[in-house]
Unconditional design. Structure first.
Length: 347
């Protein structure tokens, strides 16, 4: 009877202690979150409750399973299993704590900073830092779990003897992957491209949606996703419309008849711009930039606060000015003029 009750009491006591400790931790974090509203850290740390409970339960069972007589015929297997659970849950808890700290830092910075470019730069950096930390923790935890098996310790000792040769071989084999890895770190801390930037790559323009240590995703205006290696952005030229500020200048072209009323068009352009909320008021002008035997090329220069507003503004200006010409000055629209040829003089 004792052999049955002792394991049940130990396991049940560990579970009860784990539940109580998790409830107390959550209570303390909720109170801290209500008391310190200036930071979301305490609220984010509540996500650590489950991995904390797993770590605590695994620790209690790991320290008492021999005394409790849990599966007495397989003590080595039970101990190793609990050790693996403890290592995995500790890594899980470390990742959750690091994620909470990073998210809290970014949230506080974003709330206190009005510069959108700086916010997107910090977001890019903390995202990559978080992924690096997660990768390191996972690798260390996996190595620690493998070293709990005696054969793996011997294997690891033999591998250390040839670490130099293996490092050279691995470096050559993983040259592209390592290049992308260092390119990702260079992008994160070199501030060349950030999440949310408007870029043009391979004649496609869109917004940077995701940056990892190996690839970068651009969401185009028609909602396609272009996935590219991050090394592209450190080795080839590309356009970053958000670099140094999101404000942009754009052009609108018309091909009109030589008789087009240019002074009236300039006045109408100003009236149209005043009615459009996308115009930021920095610039709006109209000029003739080219001429052909049949038409003149008229160009309007307009400005907006970002690329999206500029596209909408250009389309609206083009449409409204054409409607105005059709309604009030149809003679200004391009046309082909034909007439009879002059008679050939008599020889």
């Amino acid at each position: 009877m004792e052999n049955f009750l002792r394991p049940v009491l130990v396991i049940g006591g560990a579970l009860v202690a784990t539940l109580i400790a998790g409830w107390l931790l959550d209570l303390l974090l909720r109170r801290a979150d209500a008391r310190h509203t200036e930071t979301p850290l305490w609220g984010l740390l509540r996500r650590c409750r489950l991995p904390f409970q797993v770590v605590l339960c695994a620790s209690l069972l790991r320290g008492s399973y021999r005394w409790a007589g849990v599966l007495p015929d397989h003590p080595v297997g039970v101990g190793r299993f609990l050790t693996l659970v403890l290592i995995a849950s500790a890594a899980w808890l470390a990742v959750r704590i690091a994620t909470a700290a990073v998210d809290s830092t970014y949230a506080r910075f974003a709330a206190a900073t009005e510069d959108d470019a700086r916010v997107r730069r910090v977001r890019t950096q903390v995202t990559l830092i978080q992924r690096v930390v997660t990768a390191v923790v996972v690798v260390v935890a996996a190595a620690a779990m493998l070293l709990t098996f005696p054969p793996m310790r011997t294997f690891g000792a033999s591998m250390l003897a040839s670490a130099g040769v293996l490092g050279i071989v691995a470096g050559i084999a993983a040259q592209a992957a390592l290049g992308n890895l260092f390119a990702g770190l260079q992008i994160a801390f070199g501030d060349t491209v950030r999440i949310g930037d408007t870029v043009v790559v391979d004649k496609e323009w869109g917004r940077v949606e995701e940056i990892t240590l190996t690839f970068l995703t651009v969401r185009t205006w028609d909602e396609r996703r272009i996935t590219m290696p991050v090394s592209y952005f450190t080795s080839k030229p590309y356009e970053n419309w958000s670099r140094g500020g999101a404000q942009m200048t754009g052009t609108v072209f018309w091909h009109l008849d030589h008789s087009a009323p240019l002074p009236l068009m300039r006045e109408q352009l100003q009236e149209i711009l005043k009615e459009l909320p996308e115009w930021d008021g920095r610039g709006g002008s109209l000029a003739v930039t080219d001429t052909t035997p049949h038409t003149v090329q008229v160009r309007a220069v307009v400005t907006a606060k970002d690329a999206d507003d500029l596209w909408i503004l250009r389309c609206a200006v083009r449409e409204r000015l054409i409607d105005w010409l059709v309604a009030h000055h149809p003679y200004a629209l391009p046309r082909v003029t034909t007439s009879e040829a002059a008679p050939r003089p008599d020889a």
